[in-house]
Design a protein around this ligand. Sequence first.
Ligand code: F0G
Length: 461
Amino acid sequence: MNLPFIEPFKIKMVEPVYMSTREQRENWIREASFNLFNLKSEQVTIDLLTDSGTGAMSDKQWSAMMLGDESYAGASSYYNLKNAIKEITGFSYFLPTHQGRAAENVLFSTLVKEGDLVPGNSHFDTTKGHIEFRKAIPVDCTVDVASEFIVWHPFKGNVDLDKLEDVLKTNPLEKIPLIIVTITNNTAGGQPVSMANIREVHNLAQRYGVKFFLDSARFAENAWFIKTREDGYSGKSIREIVSEMFSYTDGMTMSSKKDAIVNMGGFIGLKDEDLFRQASAYNIIYEGFITYGGMSGRDMNALAQGLFEGTDFEFLSSRIGQVAYLGSKMKKYGIPILEPTGGHAVFIDSKSFLPHVPEEEFPAQSLAVELFVEGGIRSSEIGTLMADRDPVTRANRFSGKEFVRLAIPRRVYSDNHMDYVAAVVKNVYDRRDSITRGFRIIKEAPLLRHFTIELERFGGF
Ligand code: F0G
């Protein structure tokens, strides 16, 4: 008999899962103005809001924390991290930041100005926010197949090279400070970008003399997909693949809260010393001195260790395997999900799930609220609320995409928890025809509104 696949770790410390009644959850979500970010964590049974900063650190990471050096300048923890980043990514220069968006803030302060264009594949919302905040424009050049929910394609996160070249050809190059490609492509469903695509973007960037960066929050998951799906890579290690990916670029921004399995932290990796010096000035203003940035010594030590654990093939197989397990279970129940499942989350197509809720009433948010009321699952809306308003016309940006994302934290939940999640989604699916109305906005912020938005439900609750 073939032995079954098992998680390559065992558990030393546990924390409670909070159970509740439907009535409690209805009250809580009403008090939270139907915004899942406003819920207290004790009100949530299974928290799939994000896989960011929610992973379980290892014994080695916790022990590395005890060896943290909290010196203001030149701490040993800084050098541990510098060596780990060099070994894993190849970048000689790096700046620590408190998280991924801080890395974006520092890098874009250095490179992006009003009127610029920043092409890439579907920019993550903080990336888009940082570009638009500077009155520059993110140009989405993702391949069209990314919006086909059930078409199987190995690399749905790819950049459409014709669209990218068109942007480079038809605009003054001094208005294009960088191309940024997100691996994996979170907004498109945690879908990977192939090595061939990264290489081609590099070739275009070279030809037009434009810098090329990777938004690398889930770079190790991306490498796992390259190893398991792309010709010529099955015999290479994850670390060899990672190092080849970064070799094609000028630098990276990193949210360490994802693939480096820490609760807080980020960094910028850079090839060029001049750019490092320019960015250092912003790092010092916004984050902290260049040998700690936004991080304490203990956190840099845990991150250095996490970079090695996060690029382990067995770990990645179990992590991405769990996401696929949840996806296949939901598919068996007939639930419309984005296929194939990506690296960190299952995305539900809420427009097919709730066909009676009009687009203007936010079907994805409606489904996210139903999943909470049904079984205490906290998910996130990746739809019109998150897409914000157009900065010029202030109209809602209806892209046709209305996803509910079930993001799985790393090394936190068991497959039994996944069975529970699938059952909750199925119960809502079984009563989908009775869900006909959604929400109206009561209060919203001008940018990144979904975090603080307040909503009212049509027909009450
Ligand atoms: N880039 C990508 C692709 C991300 O997914 C995120 C965060 C960031 C940048 C920003 O990093 O949170 O450390 O400041 N994504 C989280 C999510 C919040 O839930 O997907 P951060």
